[in-house]
Design a protein around this ligand. Sequence first.
Ligand SMILES: [Zn+2]
Ligand SMILES: [Zn+2]
Length: 465
Amino acid sequence: MSSAKTGDPANTVEDEGYILVPRPTDSRQRNRDCSRQDGADQAYLACIDQFVETQKDVLWPLNLFLHQNPELAFQEHKAHKALTEFLWSAENEWTVTPSAYGMETAWVAVYDSGRAGPTVSFNVEMDALPNLAHACGHNLIATASLAAGLATAEVIRRHKLAGKVVLFGTPGEEGYRGGKIRLLEKGAYDGVDISLLSHPGILHNSALVRTAAFARVSVEFFGQAAHAAKAPWKGINALDALVVSYNAVSMLRQQTMPGDVISLAITNGGGEATQLIHEYAACACVIRAASASRLDDLEQKVGASFRAGAQATGARVEISVTRGYKDHIPNRVLAASYAHCWNALPGVPDPPMPPVTPGHQHFTWILSSTDQGDLSYAMPSVNASFAIPPGPGGGQPHSADFERASGTREAFDRALRVGKALAGTAVDVLSRQGLLATAKRQWQEDMSQEGQRRLLPPNEGLSEL
Ligand SMILES: [Zn+2]
Ligand SMILES: [Zn+2]
């Protein structure tokens, strides 16, 4: 994940494009927070903490195996085998379905208490990047979710809680094909109440992560070839249509909203011949926006620019849009639980995570995208970001430096800490009367038109939250 936008300037500082949110500085306040009864019950959290510590020796080699065997999207065969076999042999009894929902490398593992209650879930990402191996640290995401799932199952067993925990092996997050979206469309998440996930970086520990919605727009212009010297008037210049469009898009960029990004590339400039009026040209653009509805508006505006180029020159234009991922809307009720658990666990990394309260709901905006965004439109979701010690070059995700950083023992330890906090959130939902209903009410509000308006980018209303 890369750059981001500013939040409330009174309370935030921009750092490498990310937002640093205000942190609590009074340790007595933090201690009071830890003893509150509105976070995960301390006994459960202690149980989670201790249990995950006992799993370190088995999870470390697994984490290392994933890191050392990077596999591209939807080709995560080694990871699929290692993770499903691990769960088959896990202490608590998991029902494991390999190659689930028609995808070779998707899998599902369920731990069922046998008593009716909420169904909590964690996504296990596995894929790596072309030429950059695990430079997005998905081995750490897998480790965090696995630790969380195992710990939640253990608390269910020991404390006889009602409900289920589901681990989803979700292939193909990189790119725009979205394994989670495919699982969602095939009904894998039917009956699941919440979805929890995390993502590593080098800057932030945040429970309130918003990511961008994106789509790819492919454009072709069809003109009429003619000799450029002898009879140019007989031609229709497709390259001219493209250039007019390019300029229109460039001007559009002056009036976009915070969070809007338009990246435009010429994929076919009509060939190298200089004596011809070009009969064909093509371009592609990726558009990003802070919300799925804003992305629709941006798509209309960009489309108008391409049609303008065609209109001006008489060329014919064909525009095709490939949907990417929706923006991620973090559920603030679950995020409050996660932040509380993070700060209540021993050894809080500095700075502590700001508690999520009605007065403190500043999002961390990240302009990259994830298919967890689509899940956040289907159910309450958290996609917590966590910082690992950076490599020598301080490289962010999708750099060779971050690939090295994501394979260290320190990064693994941090992922386990994330797993504990995710488990604390899940156990909160399983054990606290009314919490799930509150999270769902928040989700419904976020999905409403008014809720969406409140979730516009920082300059357009974040300070109202
Ligand atoms: Zn990535
Ligand atoms: Zn990633």
